[in-house]
Design a protein around this ligand. Sequence first.
Ligand code: DLL
Length: 432
Amino acid sequence: MIWNEPKECMSRDERTAEQSQRLKETVNRVYHNVAFYRKKMQELGLEPGDIKGIEDIHKLPFTTKNDLRENYPFGLFAVPKSEIVRVHASSGTTGKPIVVGYTRKDIDLFSEVVARAYCCAGATKDDIVQIAYGYGLFTGGLGMHYGAEKLGAAVVPISGGNTEKQLALMQDFGSTILACTPSYAAFLSEAIEEAGIDKNQLQLKAGIFGAEPWSNEMRAKIEEGLGITAYDIYGLSEIIGPGVSCSCYVQEGLHVAEDHFYPEILDPETLKAVTPGTTGELVFTTITKEGMPLLRYRTRDLASLNYDACACGRTNVRMSKIQGRSDDMLIIRGVNVFPSQVESALLEIEEAKPHYMLIVDRVGTMDTLEIQVEIDDRYFSDEMVELNKVRQKIKHKVESILGISVNINLVEHKTIARSEGKAKRVIDRRKI
Ligand code: DLL
């Protein structure tokens, strides 16, 4: 079933006409309501009237994570604060998170695109959806929750973690759809096996997994382990959260909700459009959002677009699975981590030097993060107790900024290799 056939199955001509109209409205809105965009457009000598349709999108300025950071927390909102009904936040490149705001209409549109994703995965109002994405500032839990309610399914808002309870409720309630990160899905499938639960006795039929990169091999493993069909859902807080795109039963790419989020693929170096089908950086313009519309937001995610017809009947463009990033962001246990966040934490600690190395690994299905930190000679000690105090202090600071647990490994000054060019700060040993 298709959730919103008129919107998901439009002809390309209708689509372009609608996108053009919506882009013009958005440009007008941000020009008149967001000082940041007015200034950027003025610097380019652009007025809203210069944007005549979607073909003019390349004239518009870009937006980056840094722009969000500089306008922290509410500087990019395009409506008075009284119109905002919810905020979410996600990791920034330093200590401060980036913040996004939604009007009531934005929440409706968020729920709409997530309902489409559930439908893509074959879910209906008869399903029981177990949501094991984190609830809170992260868009995953609440985003998937509102979408499932819009669909009319029964939601089990268990949030992430607490594996024993996940398994108990999955059996007792007969959950039919599981929504969580792919790594947690893999972890649950192992836990099911270890607990001696027969997967064929579970009612689960599909999973909607995203928020981190995963491969088709991983998909096959999860499908086998849980006895389900697994679907990919993509999104980012800046644009809406989950539901920017999702895969259908054809499993050849993710349909973009392009009546709301207009995608471009650009060469990350030249910022020029690549030839269709080529991998480059995904850039999105929100064309219906009210609270915090963004023009040409550089996601740093690498993917390609495919405009061919899809056997499922939806006509909206498909993006490939995410192939990587054009920056150094890592996703560890579903949480976005920038090496620069670690650096800004260390700079606040007297005993630590800003020389560090992140070592990411996957033990079984669980990501681990070890951080090697050089400490100042003055504080290096033979006393375990003293060193432990320093370690705890660093661990506490880093964990409070990253939001995940880490192992801190203290090393002596000048242990970590210095580089003459771009410092190598990360060793990622995971096989995704
Ligand atoms: O991860 C939103 C989300 C929640 C998507 C639940 C899907 C399910 P952020 O925390 O802002 O938002 O992180 C966004 O996560 O730029 C990608 O790098 C990565 N990402 C999200 N979905 C996928 C996916 C949420 N399906 C960042 N495949 C994005 C690969 C993904 N990477």
